[in-house]
Ligand binder design. Structure first.
Ligand code: AHR
Length: 661
């Protein structure tokens, strides 16, 4: 392991020191009055996929796993106990035919049951993260012929002690389902609590949608999202939110594809499906991974709006994952898929008199979400993709000519698959082409010039999924190290320099649960109580919060700064704040002194704000015990006029902001 680590660093050093650090000082010239391109407000965004327990067990704050008994094993996640055992006290019934979306429910039949004798205990998603003093909202749906059963509920810690409890006796009787709820406070903090429910009294009660939510959801929305995780996203001030993936859009086969219409409306009517990451990797099986869709398309739109980000939904294009079944919808049967796309625009933007606009309004958002773009297909490829895309493009543009479509260039940033799609998409005048790169850090360093010669007046680029891999794609050994983050920062200076062609970019995947992940590296790691941003997160955030409005050239010997002496740089103006922003990556292990020469500026402030992300250890990572190991440090830097010396620390990413007048 130690040897492998050394090899990684040695490999990186070989790339980083392509040329020896110059003896004379480099002069980086910034042409402040020569803007070359506008930076789109969407430039830096986030890619969300329900992978690594990203949604259920992740940002969706529901603590009960398998709340509606619809997992393939109906009692998965639940422990049933009875003292003494009585046949039939707890059964799962299936009302298939009467309720296709949520057919199963639990029937409790007890006769003079005493406290604690008949119980069910939910294990949560690798336990439940419970916080002392916080309110928890317990709810469920029920029906009964007569009131007779008292429900007791308690949070239990790892030592089997009660850390919060409540009880209620549902009073309504009849044949229709009712919802009831009660809240209680936790008396202790616990990372892996369980939730026990037991029954006292006599009667028959049907139960479904057994739920427990913390009070402190994002924006305090009932049934909402985990606040610490969303806050990390909101802190990035993302320009867009891409959802719901990723391969999850495609499904292993078409039956498992993401269908947005099944994710809106009352949550008890949203039909659960298996999560494709449940069984994708034999080395990381996650048999309890399903999509309950409590977090559905309405909630994604709401989240994007809350964060001030543009929504970017991605829809299935009539193709299942080509790494898996590669199932295709015949071209003459594509209509329902195309209709889903058209209806989604109506759902997001239509007024409350339209069919789908009404669904949105009834869910509590009468105002439109103002959706401007969507992706057709995720990582799809081949002529079969182009054939299907053309049908979508024609139908969507006919009805909504200004609506932008994001289109797939496949799985890799080069090769036959990419070349075919890139050629065909440009022939079709594609609005935005989505490129993906999961590559080694060396690739990121050496591709900082990738977009310098892309055509300016054709399709825009969405760098839709990228992450430097310290080992290799889908290896469980990949780490979010300072080296991976630094290489991404170097590459991103190239994205920013080319904002005239690159209009959006996002790292992927976004979240990973430490006990339930399938894919690494990931931007943000969580357990049930904590979350932290990796070094890569800080790079993403620093680019985003220092976005600027227009790119200005920064040159070294009349060339862009993209690897000479292991330096990478970009610069832009923030026309709102009236500031010049210079980003410099020093990817060498030596401090580098340079002169920053600013041309075309009348007056400058006397000092600049420096934000520095730096470590001399390329293997350094953040962790739950040391979340801030690699994190930005801010300071004020005296600025000496139009020619100022700057010392870039070894292995550093610097952001300088200077007021201009
Ligand atoms: O980000 C993880 C996966 O990588 C995505 O689901 C897919 O689009 C890509 O292959």
């Amino acid at each position: 392991m130690q040897l492998r680590k050394k090899m990684i660093v040695a490999g990186a050093a070989a790339v980083l020191s392509l040329t020896a650090v110059a003896q004379t000082k480099n002069v980086l010239t910034v042409k402040v009055d020569k803007p070359i391109a506008a930076i789109q407000p969407t430039m830096w965004g986030v890619f969300f996929e329900d992978i690594n327990l990203g949604a259920d067990g992740g940002i969706y704050a529901e603590l009960v796993k398998n709340r509606s008994f619809e997992f393939f094993k109906p009692l998965m996640g639940w422990k049933v106990e009875q003292q003494p055992f009585k046949e039939g006290a707890l059964t799962v019934l299936n009302r298939e035919g009467k309720n296709l979306a949520n057919p199963r429910f639990l029937r409790v039949s007890v006769n003079d049951a005493v406290s604690g004798s008949v119980s069910i205990t939910n294990e949560g998603f690798r336990g439940m993260g419970i916080k002392k003093g916080l309110r928890y909202d317990f709810s469920f749906m029920y029906r009964q012929a007569a009131a007779g059963i008292t429900i007791h509920a308690a949070l239990i810690n790892a030592k089997n002690e009660v850390i919060g409890s409540t009880l209620l006796k549902p009073s309504e009787a009849g044949t229709s389902w009712k919802k009831t709820a009660v809240s209680f406070n936790a008396t202790a903090t616990e990372e892996k609590a369980h939730f026990k429910i037991w029954f006292e009294g006599t009667g028959v009660m049907d139960m479904d949608m057994i739920s427990l939510f913390p009070e402190d959801t994002w924006k305090k929305r009932p049934g909402g999202m985990r606040a610490d995780m969303i806050q990390l996203l909101a802190d990035m001030k993302p320009g867009f939110l891409r959802f719901p993936g990723g391969c999850i859009v495609e499904g292993y086969d078409l039956s498992q594809r993401y269908q947005w219409k099944k994710t809106v409306g009352p949550i008890e009517d949203r039909e659960l499906i298996i999560n494709r990451w449940n069984f994708e990797f034999a080395h990381k099986p996650t048999p309890d991974y399903f999509q309950t869709f409590g977090l559905g398309f309405f909630e994604y739109f709401q989240l994007a709006e809350d964060m001030g980000a543009e929504a970017l939904p991605i829809l299935n294009c009539g193709m299942a994952c080509q790494f898996n079944s590669a199932e295709l919808v015949p071209l003459d049967q594509l209509d329902p898929y195309v209709q889903d796309a058209l209806d989604l625009i109506e759902f997001a933007n239509g007024n409350a008199n339209t069919v789908w606009g009404k669904v949105r309004a009834d869910m509590g958002h009468p105002a439109p979400f103002n959706l401007k773009m969507m992706g057709v297909g995720n990582e799809n490829w081949g002529p079969q993709y182009i054939e299907r895309l053309k049908i979508f493009q024609k139908a969507i543009k006919a009805k909504y000519p200004d609506f932008k479509l994001v289109t797939s260039s496949g799985t890799d940033p080069n090769g036959e698959r990419f070349d075919l799609l890139n050629t065909e998409l440009r022939k079709m005048n594609a609005d935005i082409i989505d490129e993906h790169y999961y590559r080694r850090p060396e690739w990121f360093f050496s591709n900082a010039r990738r977009y310098d010669n892309y055509p300016r007046n054709e399709s825009k680029i969405f760098a839709g999924e990228y992450a430097a891999q310290s080992d290799k794609v889908v290896s469980v050994d990949n780490k979010n190290s300072w080296l991976t983050a630094l290489s991404e920062a170097a590459f991103m200076t190239g994205l920013e320099r080319n904002a005239g062609v690159v209009s959006m970019a996002s790292y992927a995947p976004l979240f990973a649960h430490i006990d339930g992940w399938q894919w690494t590296p990931d931007l943000i790691w969580v357990n049930n109580l904590q979350s932290y941003g990796t070094p890569d997160y800080h790079v993403q955030k620093l680019f985003s919060v220092n976005k600027g409005t227009k790119v200005v050239p920064i040159m070294l010997n009349n060339d862009v700064v993209a690897g000479q002496d292991s330096l990478y740089a970009s610069s832009c103006i923030d026309a709102v704040a009236n500031e010049l922003i210079i980003k410099i990556v020093n990817a060498s292990g030596k401090e580098q002194t340079m002169v920053l020469s600013l041309e075309g500026v009348k007056k400058l402030a006397k000092d600049a704000k420096l934000t520095l992300l730096q470590s001399t250890n390329l293997d350094a990572v953040n962790s739950f015990s040391n979340p801030g190991n690699i994190s930005p440090r801010e300071s004020v830097l005296p600025w000496k006029g139009k020619k100022t010396e700057y010392k870039a620390a070894p292995y550093s990413f610097s952001i300088l902001r200077i007021k201009i007048f």
